[in-house]
Every structure is written in C-alpha cells, then in structure tokens.
Design a protein around this ligand. Structure first.
Ligand code: SAH
Length: 219
C-alpha cells in the first residue's frame, strides 16, 4: 500500500465510521483521518489496515478496532492541551489519535509488556508522534508522579475502575474503560467526575483484552 492508497483507504474508513455513527465530531474525524494506521499493524496486515477490525501484534489482539477507538475518542471529548493518560499502549495507534486531539506532549501511555512498549515507541517516533511518552509499567496503578489527568483512556477490560485511576482523574474529568469479566462480554463505559461525583454511563458492546495488574485481573 503506497501513501496515496493509504490516504484513500483512511478517508473511506472515516466515512464508514461517520455513517456508522461512531464518529460524530469533525475533530475526531480529522484525528482518525490523520493517523497512518497501516504503520501501526504488522507488515502482513498492512493491506487490510483500514478495515474496521482489530489486529494482532505478537500474540494478542492489541490493535483496537477503529470503531472503538473512534467511540472512545468521542466519549472522552479531548480538548487541545488536556493532560491525557492512556492505559494499554498496544500498537500505539490510539495514542497517536489522542496525540492529534490533545497534542503529542500532553499524552502519556503506559504498557505492561516491554516488547510492545518498545515497538510502539519506534512506530510513534517514525510517524511524527515522538512527543508522546511511552512508559512500561502497570497502568492499573496509574502514574502517581505525573497525575492528575483531564482524560483517561483505558484500552483493556476490568470489572470496575481501578481506584488509583479514579483518584488521578481531575474534577472535572472523563474516563473511558471497557467494563466486564475477564473474557468478556465487555461494555464501553464513560465515567464523568464532576463536583466530586463520579457518574457512569454505558456505550455499547465491545471486546478487549483483560487489564492485568494490581488493580485488575491476575496474570
Ligand atoms: N490502545 C491500543 C490497544 C491496546 S490493547 C491500540 O490502539 O493499539 C490493550 C493493551 O493493554 C495490551 O497491549 C496489553 O498488554 C495492555 N495491558 C493490559 N493490562 C495492562 C496494565 N495493567 N497496564 C498497562 N498495560 C496493560
């Protein structure tokens, strides 16, 4: 897939996500339209990179399907300059979309698997998102040294919001996390912190890998 083909495929993907109701704002359309998804998948998947489906990198499905990246990004309502934490870097694709929305320097993403973090670091550098911070660690603990955050995007499923993440969210602030048991089914949930309250709303079925860590599932 050459650059022109990728650009066309990416435009088609954005149009599809708009029709499907997953993209509702111009900002998210522009962000998804700007990130070269074919750079984030394995070479063998490049030709199919703009299909609305997840991909494996290594052994797991760690490149989230575009519809869920779009839905999460819409729910988060990221503004330029927001401090954003992503838990579960995987390929780095969603981190790049968040970087388009907030600005690369304002996004920090945590991945528990060092091999994936290193791979994502390389791809983000190569695609112009070198400002994003990629940290190896247990994101279920959040990042106490960097907190608080205006927006938190959790890309792995958990039965509830890890308490450190709840504490590290600013007021007002928004957090999106797939809720559910280890193997699913999962449901995307938006948590809004406002005037000390923490409200939850549900936003459709989803399938994610489990959040593994001190405030998630056992390894
Ligand atoms: N956002 C990614 C998809 C991530 S898939 C993308 O756009 O491609 C979920 C990732 O969360 C996996 O890479 C998994 O290794 C990671 N993960 C699971 N538990 C974690 C934890 N406690 N802290 C950090 N990363 C975790």
């Amino acid at each position: 897939m050459d650059d022109a083909e990728a650009e066309r495929a990416c435009e088609d993907l954005v149009a599809h996500l708009r029709t499907a109701g997953e993209i509702t704002s111009d900002r998210v359309a522009e962000a998804v339209g700007a990130v070269p998804r074919h750079e984030f998948v394995d070479d063998s998947d490049r030709e199919r990179a703009y299909e609305d489906r997840p991909f494996d990198v290594g052994h797991d499905q760690v490149v989230t399907a575009p519809r869920l990246v779009a839905r999460t990004s819409e729910l988060l309502e990221v503004a330029p300059g927001d401090d954003v934490l992503e838990v579960g870097t995987g390929s780095g694709y969603h981190a790049a979309v968040l970087a388009e929305l907030a600005g690369p320097e304002d996004v920090v993403t945590v991945e528990r698997r060092p091999d994936l973090a290193e791979r994502a670091r390389r791809v983000l550098d190569r695609t112009g998102y070198g400002g994003v911070s990629v940290i190896v660690g247990d994101g279920s603990r959040g990042l106490p040294g960097v907190a608080p955050f205006d927006r938190i995007s959790v890309a792995a499923a958990a039965p509830d919001v890890p308490s450190p993440l709840r504490d590290q969210l600013r007021d007002p602030g928004r957090l999106v996390l797939p809720l559910g048991p280890r193997e699913g089914p999962h449901e995307l949930a938006l948590f809004e912190k406002r005037n000390g309250a923490f409200d939850r709303s549900r936003h459709g079925k989803a399938q994610y890998v489990p959040l593994i860590g001190a405030h998630g599932f056992d390894e």
